[in-house]
Write a protein that binds this ligand. Structure first.
Ligand SMILES: [Zn+2]
Length: 391
């Protein structure tokens, strides 16, 4: 099986090449906006029809290489594919490159990229470390995007990667939440406190800047939100890496379909909801990706009732969930951290769905018992050190 991995590489760019690249990217952006206006005015969103409508004019007007003109039209068509209700505007300086527009060559210990521009092809060295190198060695990338951010060029290179065929049968439920960012039924957990604190720091910074109402404060504000996003992204990558490292061969990652979070989290402020759903989705994506790299399958199950079902006796009742963090079954008295209960229930859901599909699993004597024996250890309330910490 193959998956696509994106490697982000900084570019070392000479002063002369910088000018050429920036000019090309500006023209690419302008071409996108030009095509977008025509598409919007004529209500023509089909890539082939849009090509006939715009290709020659784009070549004349913007002097872009043929394949860049095609990439611009593709970007516009793709953008309208998801939303045809308004005119799309392209602001960021970024450019899509297929394998006729860029190529990467290794020269001794250096990696060089050649990129097609309005002034012919230019060459730059990739400014990279061992992490990127291991992926670029012997790779034949066919797609990349070039970005200009914080006065630096970044090339995002898509690389096909061969991975083992995913297989496994032991479910590990993964619950994502605010108090605990991640709790898994194999015992792995990460508190959310660090992220909450750092977000608070960013929130205060933003508030101060918003009060100022100056142009430079506005610019700073935009910078900060980008910084914050990248910071959180890094944390999510670390967490997903550590979690996937905690998995064993034969495990199956079971996560909830994310529309379930909306019901569960019940946040009053829309912006907070937006952040959390974004972060949870990212976290799931990173886990999925890293698990698949190791040949560990990932399944998504409907999370309905997973926060209020007793993992021991199966009793479903709202009152089982005492607080945001405490679960105590009103029927059998089973007590545990609420996030862990969510993770256990996700694992159980996978078992029961599998049981319905396959007789073999039903007949296996101990199916479904592993996670239970794990949580019995924590059954006494005195053991819940993580119930009070974290948030
Ligand atoms: Zn119970």
């Amino acid at each position: 099986m193959e998956i696509v991995k994106t490697i982000v590489c900084k570019l070392k760019v000479s002063k002369k090449n910088k000018e050429i690249l920036l000019k090309t990217m500006e023209l690419f952006r302008d071409a996108c906006n030009y095509i977008s206006e025509i598409a919007w005015k004529q209500k023509c969103f089909n890539p082939v029809a849009l090509h006939h409508l715009t290709y020659r004019k784009v070549r004349e007007k913007f002097k872009l290489p043929a394949n860049l003109a095609i990439e611009a039209r593709d970007r516009v068509a793709k953008s309208y594919k998801t939303d045809k209700s308004k005119l799309h505007e392209f602001k960021s300086l970024s450019m899509d490159l297929d394998d006729r527009l860029f190529s990467i060559k290794q020269k001794e210990d250096k990696f060089l990229v050649s990129i097609a521009t309005i002034k012919g092809r230019i060459k730059c060295e990739l400014d990279i470390g061992d992490y990127q190198r291991q992926y670029l060695e012997n790779a034949k990338p066919t797609y990349a995007t070039l970005h200009y951010r914080n006065k630096t060029f970044f090339l995002h290179i898509a690389i096909d990667k061969e991975i083992p065929e995913p297989k496994g049968s032991n479910p590990v439920g993964v619950d994502v939440g605010i108090k605990h960012l991640l709790v898994a039924s194999n015992g792995f957990k990460v508190k959310g406190g660090k992220i909450v604190k750092q977000r608070e720091h960013f929130r205060k910074l933003r508030q101060e800047l918003q009060k100022k109402r100056t142009w430079s404060a506005y610019r700073k504000l935009k910078q900060i939100s980008g910084k914050e996003k990248r910071w959180i992204n890094t944390i999510l990558h670390q967490i997903s890496r550590e979690f996937v490292d905690s998995l064993k061969e034969g495990d199956v990652v079971v996560m909830e379909k994310l529309n379930g979070i909306r019901e569960r989290v019940k946040l009053r402020k829309e912006q907070r909801y937006f952040f959390h759903s974004w972060a949870f989705r990212k976290l799931q994506q990173y886990i999925e990706y890293k698990a698949l790299e190791r040949g560990i399958p990932v399944v998504y199950v409907n999370a309905k009732n997973t926060s209020i079902t007793c993992p021991r006796c199966g009793y479903v009742e709202k009152r089982n969930r005492r607080t945001q963090s405490l679960f105590r079954c009103v029927k059998c008295g089973f007590q545990h951290n609420a996030d862990m209960v969510g993770a256990l229930n996700l694992a159980n859901k996978f078992r029961s769905e599998l049981a319905r599909a396959e007789w073999g699993v039903v007949n296996r004597p101990n199916a479904g018992m592993n996670a239970m024996s794990f949580c019995e250890h924590h059954d006494s309330p005195a053991n819940h050190s993580f119930l009070t910490g974290g948030g």
